[in-house]
Write a protein that binds this ligand. Structure first.
Ligand code: TRP
Length: 335
């Protein structure tokens, strides 16, 4: 059966999912769930290994945990094919073909990869698997002929490479064997860490996890970076760069109320504790239903692995067909 809309997106399993994942991609996946579409969600373990091959147990633990986070977040396994990247070898074959139409210079230009190289101290010796992960990601996307890829802004260079790859292969083949994907950007943009750094992440220890308990959420919000110049309640405060307002913008559906709070904060007379309490209430409205939907951790792991096994079978069927089609279209020899 062919669908007008095919969604494909994924996450690296390196730890539990946090509010940055929610604002950057999960929100959009939940919206897509209400539309007529074929939906694939990938646990990108092969990509996680490109910079964690010395810490495979971290990745292994995170694999069922991320599936459990999906279910808690409201991703319905009956309406989404959830699968494991490394269990779809056809994706690697597709990547190998795409490597022949991607120059090293093109890989070196990728701004997200450049940032990651710096963060990981890879400047002197970049593992080639890591350098090539954007090609693998192009295979992830094109292998499903995805039309819609909901991601955060940091993933734009990856989608751009996938689009170029599709266009190049199509030109060589003389027909549209691959689909040029569309990015589905969430309106929120990048969610900062609670410490005010540009990105919330587990490794920076500045994220609120979907699985955090009430007390942890409270404690993290109370620690949030606000405006260091806002000392007395009566002082005028800055909203830009103030993490509490970034989170209110991302998660409070009542935009009018948030704008009102911003005005009062700017004018002076609104304390940090007041806006933090407001945010705690907003986050609890989001997270409490997730706690209720969360599978019991003991029995849940098997359920999650079964979901992945089933999804992976479906995913392999789809990608094998696309792979065969690409090989045919390019006139590659088949024994
Ligand atoms: N690079 C993505 C991330 O770090 C994960 C990912 C892997 C992905 N393959 C994908 C996202 C395909 C969208 C489409 O979050």
């Amino acid at each position: 059966m062919s669908h007008a809309i095919t969604m494909l997106t994924g996450d690296r399993p390196t730890g539990p999912l946090h509010l940055g994942h929610y604002a950057g991609s999960l929100i959009e996946r939940l919206r897509m769930q209400e539309r007529e579409a074929r939906r694939f969600i990938m646990i990108a373990d092969a990509q996680a290994y490109t910079d964690n091959i010395g810490d495979t147990s971290k990745v292994a633990e995170a694999i069922p945990a991320v599936v459990a986070d999906y279910i808690a977040a409201g991703i319905d396994p009956a309406r989404n094919t959830i699968f494991l990247q490394s269990a779809v070898p056809e994706l690697v074959e597709l990547m190998q073909i795409f490597m022949n139409v991607t120059t090293l210079a093109r890989l070196e230009r990728n701004p997200t990869v450049r940032d990651e190289i710096k963060q990981r101290g890879f400047e002197k010796s970049i593992p080639s698997g890591f350098a090539c992960y954007p090609i693998a990601q192009a295979a992830d996307i094109l292998g499903f002929r995805a039309t819609h890829v909901p991601v955060g802004t940091d993933q734009l260079p990856m989608i751009e490479l996938a689009s170029e790859t599709a266009a190049r292969i199509n030109r060589m083949a003389g027909r549209d064997v691959l689909t040029v994907p569309e990015v589905v950007l969430t309106t929120t943009g990048k969610l900062p860490g609670i410490d005010g750094r540009a990105k919330a992440s587990k490794s920076l220890n500045n994220a609120i996890f979907l699985s955090d308990e009430v007390a942890e959420v409270k404690q993290k919000v109370m620690m949030m970076f606000t405006d260091p110049g806002h000392i007395k309640v009566s002082d005028p405060g800055k909203v830009e760069g103030n993490v509490v307002f970034s989170y209110l913008d991302a998660f409070d559906p009542d935009k009018e109320k948030v704008e009102g709070l911003k005005d009062r904060y700017r004018n002076g007379g609104l304390g940090d504790v007041t806006i933090k309490k407001e945010l705690i209430a907003v986050l609890e409205r989001l997270l409490q239903p997730m706690r209720e939907r969360r599978l019991d951790p003991a029995a849940g792991k098997d359920v999650c692995l079964d979901i992945l096994r089933q999804g992976t079978l479906e995913a392999r069927e789809v990608v094998s067909e696309v792979l065969a089609d690409v090989r045919r279209a390019l006139g590659m020899f088949t024994l």
